[in-house]
Design a protein around this ligand. Sequence first.
Ligand SMILES: [Fe+2]
Length: 402
Amino acid sequence: MNRVHDALMSPLVWDLGHIAAFEDLWLCQRAGGLAPLRPDLADVYDAAETPRADRGDLPYLRLDDVRAFMDAVRERALGVLDAADLSSGGDRLNGGGFVWEMLAQHEHQHNETMLQTLALAERGVYAPARRPQPAAAAAEPGGRDETALVEAGEFPLGAGADGFAYDNERPRHEVDLAAFEIDRTPVTNADYRLFVEDGGYRRRGWWSAEGWAWKKGEGVERPLFWTSDGRCRDFERLEPLDPGLPVMHVSWYEADAYARSRGQRLPTEAEWEKAACFDPSTGSKLRFPWGDDGPGAEHANLDQLAFGPAPAGSYPAGQSPFGALGMVGDAWEWTASEFAGYPGFAAFPYREYSEGSFDAGFKVLRGGSWATRPDAFRPTFRNWDLPLRRQIHAGFRCARDA
Ligand SMILES: [Fe+2]
C-alpha cells in the first residue's frame, strides 16, 4: 500500500488519502460549508499540484492514519448529507444530488486507477479472487468478424441536461455523421496475434510517424502484458494467451497501426456513441446500448470483480440496436478523437477536471472496462489519456467509411 509500484502510478495509499481529501473538499467544505478537517494535507492530495511521478516523495498519510482520515471525513460527509437540500430547487452543487454523485464517481474512478497500479505491480503482489466469466455466446454464421452498418444521419452527442454528468460530456448537440461500418466486437487476442506474426511491429507503412517513433524508442514488440513465448501476464498469473479475449493494454499508437494494417481506422467518439446508443427504429438515443435501464449482470462485465475481460461477444443481452456487442465493460476502447470541449462547453464545478486537458494531445477512450463500477458508468462518459499509454484497461475496435 505504501510502495511506489510503477513510476507512472501513485502509491495506493495516496489514492486513498486523495479520495478522502477530495470528499472533504467538495462535500464537507464546498457543499456543507465546514472548515477543512486537515488543512495541512490539502497540497499533498491535490492531484493537479502533485504529478504522479513525485507522489512517492510526499508526506502522505500511511495506511493506519489514512484509514482514520477516511473514516473521519466520511462521518462528516454523512452529517452534511443529512442536512443537505438535494431537491432540484437546492443550490447548484447539492441540487439533484449533483456533487454527491460526482464524489461517488470520483471514488470509483480511483478504484479503477488502483487496479491499474495493482496490474502493473510485481507479479505476486496481488492475487485477486476472480468472479467466473460467462461463456462466449455461440458465434452466428459469419460470426464475430461481422460489422455493423450505421446509416448516415444526425445524432445527439453527449449527455442531456438532467442528472449527473461531467462538464466535458455536455452540452448535448447534434452531429451529422456519414454512414460507417464498425466491428461488432472488439479486436481479440487472436486477431492481434495475426497482426504481430504478420510483421505488425516491423512494417513502417502501418504506423503513424509519431507511433513509429514511440515504438522504436521504447522497443515495443507486443502488448504490455504479453511475453515473447506466447503467454500473457494477468496479475499473479502467467498463462497461454486466450485467443477469444479482447486484446488489452495496447497504446493508441498500436491500435491505430492495427487498424491501418486492415485498411481501416479507429471510430471517432461520435461514431462510437452512435453505434452504442442510437436506435434507428425510433430515431432516439438510448441511455445504454440495451435500453434505458442501468447495467445489470446480464448486460456487461462492469463490476470490478472479474479481474479481466470476458470473451468477445459474451453478453448478447447487452447488444446495441445496430448489433454492436461489448460496447460497455470488458475493455475501454480507444477512439480516433482528440479530447476537446464540445461546442458551448462550460466548466462546472471546477476548471481543472476537463478544461486543462482539452486540445493537449489526449485521445478519448469510451465504454468502460471490467474495472469500472456500473453505477459510475454512462455511455457518454469520456475517458482520456496520452496515445503512448498502456496501463489503462483498454483495447479497441475498428471502423471504416461505408
Ligand atoms: Fe482524483
